[in-house]
Write a protein that binds this ligand. Structure first.
Ligand code: HEM
Length: 447
C-alpha cells in the first residue's frame, strides 16, 4: 500500500478497510503508510494531535474523502474551517441542555410509537427485525427535529424513500471517494453515471427542500435543530441549497449512527446472557412504572451506560478513519514529524480492537465501571464522538436517545435472538456505514 493507493481503494470498495487496518497495524506497528500520501495512526495520542486545538493551525478535513464530487453542497461536516465555525456556533443552540429538555416530548412520542409497534409485531411469537425498527424510530425523531415532520417510518412500518437513498449514497460514496484520487476515472464515472442515479439524487434533494419549505412556512418557533439556522437565514444569505445540505447531514449523522448502536448493543446483549440479565435487572428494579423512565432517571443507571459504551467500542457507528490533512509547515503526531499536505487518520474499529483493550473481541461492560481486571485498558484510545472543535455536536442527544430507547425496550420485552442472526455482526461489511442487514429477534412481553 506504500507505493500506490490501489490497495486502499480496493479495500474501501470491498467494504473491509476498517477490519484490514487492524491486521496492518498488527504487522507494521502504530503508524502505517496506507497510501503514498496517507498515514494511519493507532496511538491514543493521535486523537488530540490530529483533532485537538493547535496554535500552529488546525488540520483541515480531507476533501477527496468528504466531498469527492465538487457539486456536493457544503454542510457543517464537510465545510472548511471558517464556514464551519459559523455553522457550528449557530447550530449549537439546538443541542443545548435547554433545547434538549424541550425536545424531550417530541422524542418520547416516537418512543411510545416504537414500543406500541414492537408489541404488535411481536404478538403471537413471530420474529421481528429490530434493526429496521431502530432505524424507523431514530429517523422519525431526527426528521422531526431537522425538518419539523417525521418520515412516517414508524407509522407505515417501512423505510421512507429518503432514508433508503442514504444507504445507497453511502455505498456509491466509496466509488466516488476512490475516483477522487484519479481525475480521469472521475470524469469517466461522472460521464457514465446512469441517468437514473442522477435523477434519484435530484429527487432526493427536491424532497428535502420541500420538507424544509413546509418547516419554514409553519412560521412558528420550534425547539428543533434547524431553528438557529433559519434565524440567520437572511443575515447570512443562506440559500435553500445550504439549508437543505445542513438538515440533510443532521438526518444522516443523527439517525443512522444512533440506530446502528442500538442494533449493536441489542445483538451484544442477546449474545452475552450475563450482561442482558444484569441490565434488565437494573432497569426493572429502578422504576415502578414505565412512565418513570425519562431523560433524568435513565442517566442514573450505570450499567446501562457501561453497556452502551462497550457497544460503541465493539461496534462503533463511525467505524472508519475520517481523514484530515496536515497544515502548512507540517505537524508532529505522536512524536513523529509529518510533512504538510499529508493525509492522516485514526481508524475507530481497528483502534478499539487493538492491544489498547484487554480481550478486545469480548463484550465486557465492566471495563467502563472501574473493574481492576481491565486496569490495563487505555481509555484515551476510545473516542467514538471524536475530540476537538469538530467533535460530535449530537453526543448528548445520542446518549439520551439510546438510553431511553434501550431502557424502554428492555422494560417491555424479554428478547431472544433468532437462529439466522447469531452471526449478524461478524458477517457485515462497511461502506462508510455498517451494512447491517436484518437483526431478527423474538420478543415476548415482560411479565
Ligand atoms: C452514537 C451516535 C453518534 C456517533 C457515534 C457520532 C459520531 C460522530 C463523529 C465521529 C463525528 C465527527 C465527524 C467528522 O469528524 O467528520 C460527528 C459529528 C457530528 N455529529 Fe455525531 N454521532 C452520533 C450521533 C449524533 C446525533 C444524534 C446527532 C444529532 C443530529 C449528531 C450530530 C453531529 C453533527 C452536527 C456533527 C458535526 C459536528 C461538526 O463538524 O462541528 N451526531 N458525530
Amino acid at each position: 500500500m506504500r507505493g500506490t493507493r490501489l490497495g486502499y481503494c480496493h479495500r474501501l470498495m470491498r467494504g473491509t478497510l476498517p477490519f484490514d487496518m487492524l491486521a496492518l497495524h498488527r504487522r507494521y506497528g502504530p503508524v502505517v503508510r496506507i497510501a503514498p500520501d496517507e498515514l494511519a495512526f493507532q496511538d491514543p495520542a493521535a486523537w488530540r494531535d490530529i483533532m485537538g486545538h493547535r496554535t500552529g493551525g488546525e488540520f483541515e478535513k480531507n476533501q477527496t474523502f468528504y466531498r469527492p464530487v465538487e457539486d456536493i453542497p457544503t454542510d457543517i461536516v464537510n465545510a472548511g474551517r471558517e464556514e464551519h465555525g459559523r455553522l457550528r456556533r449557530t447550530m449549537a443552540h439546538g443541542f443545548s441542555e435547554r433545547a434538549m429538555r424541550e425536545q424531550q416530548g417530541i422524542i418520547g412520542g416516537y418512543v411510545d410509537m416504537l414500543i406500541a409497534a414492537l408489541r404488535r409485531e411481536g404478538e403471537g411469537g413471530g420474529k421481528v427485525d429490530v434493526a429496521a425498527w431502530y432505524n424507523f424510530v431514530t429517523f422519525d425523531v431526527i426528521g422531526d427535529l431537522a425538518f419539523g415532520e417525521s418520515f412516517g417510518c414508524l407509522e407505515n412500518g417501512e423505510y421512507h424513500p429518503w432514508v433508503k437513498a442514504i444507504f445507497q449514497v453511502a455505498r456509491t460514496g466509496t466509488v466516488f471517494q476512490t475516483a477522487a484520487h484519479y481525475p480521469i476515472l472521475m470524469r469517466l464515472l461522472l460521464a457514465l453515471a446512469p441517468k437514473k442515479m442522477m435523477e434519484e439524487r435530484m429527487e432526493h434533494m427536491e424532497m428535502t427542500k420541500a420538507k424544509l419549505r413546509r418547516r419554514m412556512e409553519g412560521g412558528k418557533e420550534r425547539p428543533d435543530l434547524v431553528e438557529g439556522l433559519l434565524k440567520k437565514k437572511e443575515e447570512w444569505g443562506l440559500t435553500l441549497d445550504s439549508l437543505q445540505a445542513n438538515s440533510g447531514i443532521l438526518v444522516i449523522g443523527g439517525s443512522e449512527t444512533t440506530a446502528t448502536l442500538l442494533s449493536g448493543v441489542t445483538f451484544l446483549l442477546l449474545t452475552n446472557r450475563f450482561a442482558l440479565d444484569k441490565l434488565t435487572a437494573e432497569i426493572r428494579s429502578a422504576f415502578k412504572s414505565e412512565d418513570e423512565i425519562d431523560f433524568v432517571s435513565v442517566s442514573a443507571l450505570p450499567y446501562l451506560l457501561a453497556c452502551l459504551d462497550e457497544a460503541l467500542r465493539m461496534y462503533p457507528p463511525v467505524p472508519m478513519g475520517l481523514p484530515r490533512v496536515t497544515p502548512k509547515g507540517g505537524a508532529t503526531i505522536c512524536g513523529n514529524y509529518v510533512p504538510e499536505g499529508t493525509i492522516v487518520s485514526v481508524h475507530h474499529w481497528a483502534m478499539y480492537h487493538s492491544q489498547h483493550f484487554k480481550d478486545p473481541f469480548q463484550f465486557h461492560p465492566e471495563r467502563w465501571l472501574g473493574d481492576p481486571a481491565f486496569a490495563s485498558d487505555n481509555k484515551d484510545a476510545f473516542q467514538p464522538f471524536h475530540v476537538g472543535s469538530r467533535n460530535c455536536l449530537g453526543r448528548n442527544l445520542a446518549y439520551i436517545e439510546m438510553r431511553i430507547i434501550l431502557a424502554r425496550v428492555l422494560w417491555n420485552f424479554d428478547m431472544r435472538i433468532a437462529e439466522e442472526s447469531v452471526d449478524w455482526m461478524s458477517k457485515q461489511r462497511i461502506y462508510n456505514l455498517w451494512e447491517k442487514g436484518p437483526l431478527m429477534v423474538y420478543l415476548a412481553l415482560a411479565r
